[in-house]
Design a protein around this ligand. Structure first.
Ligand SMILES: Nc1nc2c(ncn2[C@@H]2O[C@H](COP(=O)(O)OP(=O)(O)OP(=O)(O)O)[C@@H](O)[C@H]2O)c(=O)[nH]1
Length: 299
């Protein structure tokens, strides 16, 4: 089941979070380590205001560790923010999250009270998996389809932490077209949002630029393809994705390539770096200013 984020839904989610926030001591934002910028929603920082926040780069087992390090440094520079990579089912790592929650909540005047934590994030980043791991038992349902977390659960972990569940679900933002493609490539948004083959071509183009050796070796390519189209055709040929008459079945090859990307079979791949995202944001801002200027010059 997928959430369709109509403006009504968005306003309702936002209102619920805003109402719950005064009773929250600490926000945990769960991000996808492969695309920490595209899997965030700026509303998290807006709604938490000056409350401390732990940004969890979840699914770190699928991401490029060197790039994840860059993201941890990037987020750690933000106001009242700590960042850490995580594999949500790794008990040792989850213990560290609990310790960090307690440390950040130690400013509370009454130290006997449990720290009240809200877990926030877009669908499918691993919020429920993390909640279950923090609790040490099955509390929230998990699934690889977006939007299974149920509303309004208060969970006493009996370890000094009380979790407020749902109001934390936000929608991915699509202001930046590239973010939309990255979300689709990672499987975070339903494939129907953008044409499947387009997503695969986007991903292959990115892999050719940043992880070409991993791509060549996974699909046993004889030479580095010049273009994403060529790469997709090679994958179709190598993996027998053919239609009657020996024509390449590009839809099937796209499905296969994306599946292997998402399950890290091609390698540990991050879809964006802080430098890349900052460059894109600067370009967007320049385009916005140019459009404003052009508007002003209209008679
Ligand atoms: N590889 C990997 N997969 C993970 C990790 N954490 C969660 N997942 C998987 O990601 C999928 C989504 O996890 P959920 O915990 O259901 O995500 P959610 O954010 O609660 O999703 P909604 O309920 O839609 O808001 C599931 O298939 C999980 O098994 C992780 O650290 N690594």
């Amino acid at each position: 089941m997928a959430i369709h984020w109509f403006p009504g839904h968005m306003n309702k989610a936002r209102k619920k979070i805003a109402e719950a926030m005064p009773d929250i001591d600490l926000v945990i934002e769960v991000l996808d380590a492969r695309l920490p910028f595209s899997s965030t929603n700026p509303m998290v920082d807006e709604l938490r205001s000056d409350k401390p926040c732990i940004k969890i780069l979840n699914k770190a087992d699928l991401a490029d560790p060197a790039v994840t390090d860059q993201w941890v440094k990037y987020f750690s520079q933000q106001h009242n923010t700590q960042a850490m990579p995580l594999v949500a089912e790794d008990k040792k790592q989850v213990k560290k999250v609990i310790q960090l929650c307690k440390k950040l909540g130690s400013h509370r005047s009454n130290k006997k009270l449990a720290i009240r934590v809200m877990i926030m994030g877009i669908p499918n980043v691993g919020k429920s998996t993390l909640i279950n791991a923090l609790a040490g038992r099955q509390i929230a349902r998990t699934g690889n389809e977006p939007a299974v977390t149920k509303a309004n659960q208060m969970i006493d972990l009996k370890n000094g932490i009380v979790l407020s569940d749902t109001p934390g679900i936000l929608w991915p933002k699509f202001e930046n077209e590239l973010s939309g493609y990255r979300l689709a490539a990672s499987g975070a948004v339903k494939d129907t949002a953008i044409e499947y083959t387009d997503v695969a071509l986007f991903a292959l183009d990115y892999l050719l630029q940043h992880y070409s050796q991993a791509l060549v070796s996974r699909f046993k390519m004889k030479a580095l393809p010049d273009t994403a189209e060529q790469a997709l055709n090679t994958i179709a040929a190598k993996r027998g994705c053919l239609r009657p008459g020996g024509i390449a079945d590009l839809h099937k090859a796209s499905e296969l390539a994306l599946h292997e990307l998402r399950s890290a079979k091609i390698g540990l791949i991050s879809l964006e770096t802080p430098a890349m995202v900052e460059g894109e944001l600067a370009e967007l801002e320049a385009a916005r200013l140019a459009a404003l200027e052009a508007d002003e010059q209209q008679p």
